[in-house]
Design a protein around this ligand. Structure first.
Ligand code: ADP
Ligand code: MG
Length: 344
């Protein structure tokens, strides 16, 4: 590997451990390709298409958002994913209409995005996001609004529905959402409400209040003939508190598997490198993963994973080692650089 290429990977944040939602799916290596006989992605995709209520279960940093973005990302067909921004902490979790309000404001935001260049939401990580977004096209990543919203007339109908209907009570608001889903379903798409990062929200308010509202919301959403996806931590399965009741409202459980071997971890890094350098046997470049990340480094990263680091943490270590390697004018990340950043 030449130093210039390694520097390009570093400049592109090729090993960014927390990519934006649309980007993370581009980096996704299907879990079902890592094992024989565990159709993780297929079960998830089929469940959403059938309008099921799905719990995506796994520890923090194991790939829940990655899976959602891969299956329901900008190029997904036959589904209309609606990401409900539960992570934003400014919401008052005790308000009865909270989830309906979140959905309505997300729908209006999506509808208005059509025809306007994307400006960022004012969420807490907005600043960092803006930086990423500015760099995105130069990083070789795609910039897409969700495909379904661009379909003829959907955005306009949603906007008209929301801006012309007076709605104060929960029942009114559910009706508005119902009306918004009509043109979506009329176009042969299954609406999919996605609650990712529910933890930060559920941690912010009293558990019983949140799970009560949340459980109810899952019910009325499912009554609207939509799929509901809730990404949640493994520990909720074991929990005896109200939160475990959340799972009662969900009929399909998709558990995220662990990365089975160092070879599979290598595939994940390979995918990252390939997106930024182009295919390994491209016209104007040839490269091997071994030249970027030596097998000693992969081994060391996988050892960290086996010791309990999340996949996110492992990718973050790879990123730090990449930066260190470039700073030291070396052209391959080896086990030594990984050990150094682990110690630091
Ligand atoms: N199957 C996968 N293939 C490639 N990268 C993955 C995969 N699963 C997770 N990752 C990467 O691991 C990191 C953590 O994944 P993420 O989806 O954010 O975890 P979670 O949402 O469960 O907290 C991200 O950088 C993501 O790109
Ligand atoms: Mg996540």
């Amino acid at each position: 590997m030449t130093l210039a290429r390694l520097k390009l990977l570093s400049d592109h944040y090729a090993f960014d451990a927390t990519p934006q939602f649309n980007d993370v799916g581009i980096y996704h290596v299907p879990f079902e390709s890592m094992f024989a006989g565990t159709p993780v992605e297929r079960r998830f995709r089929d469940g959403t298409l059938r309008g099921e209520r799905i719990a995506l279960i796994g520890d923090s940093g194991c790939g829940k958002t990655s899976l959602v973005s891969y299956v329901l990302g900008p190029t997904a067909e036959s589904v209309a994913p609606i990401l409900v921004p539960v992570h934003s902490l400014e919401h008052d979790a005790t308000k009865e209409t909270l989830i309906a309000d979140m959905i309505i404001s997300q729908l209006i935001r999506l509808a208005q995005e059509i025809g306007y260049p994307t400006t960022d939401t004012n969420d807490t990580i907005g600043q960092r996001r803006q930086v990423t977004r500015v760099n995105r096209s130069s990083r070789g990543l795609s910039v897409h609004p969700p495909g379904w919203i661009a379909r003829a007339g959907i955005a306009k109908q949603i906007e008209r529905q929301i801006t012309t209907t007076e709605s104060n009570t929960l029942v009114d608001k559910i009706e508005v959402i119902h009306q918004c889903l009509r043109p979506i379903r009329g176009d042969g798409l299954m609406p999919v409400f996605v609650f990712d990062d529910t933890d930060r929200w559920t941690a912010a308010a009293e558990e019983t209040i949140v799970s009560g509202f949340f459980g109810n919301a899952i019910r009325w959403l499912a009554d609207l003939q939509a799929s509901v996806v809730v990404a949640t931590h493994t520990r909720y399965l074991e929990s005896t508190t109200e939160n475990s009741n959340l799972l009662m409202f969900l009929d399909t459980k998709v558990e995220l598997p662990r990365i089975p071997s160092a070879d599979q971890l290598a595939r994940i890094l390979h995918q990252r490198v390939q997106i930024h350098l182009g295919p390994p046997n491209g016209d104007d470049s040839t490269w091997r993963l071994e030249d970027v990340v030596a097998s000693s480094a992969i081994k060391e990263l996988y050892r960290q994973y086996e010791r309990g680091s999340s996949l996110r943490k492992v990718i973050q270590l790879a990123h730090m080692a990449l930066v260190e390697t470039v700073d030291a004018n070396k052209d391959t990340i080896t086990g030594r650089e990984i050990q150094a950043v682990v110690r630091a």
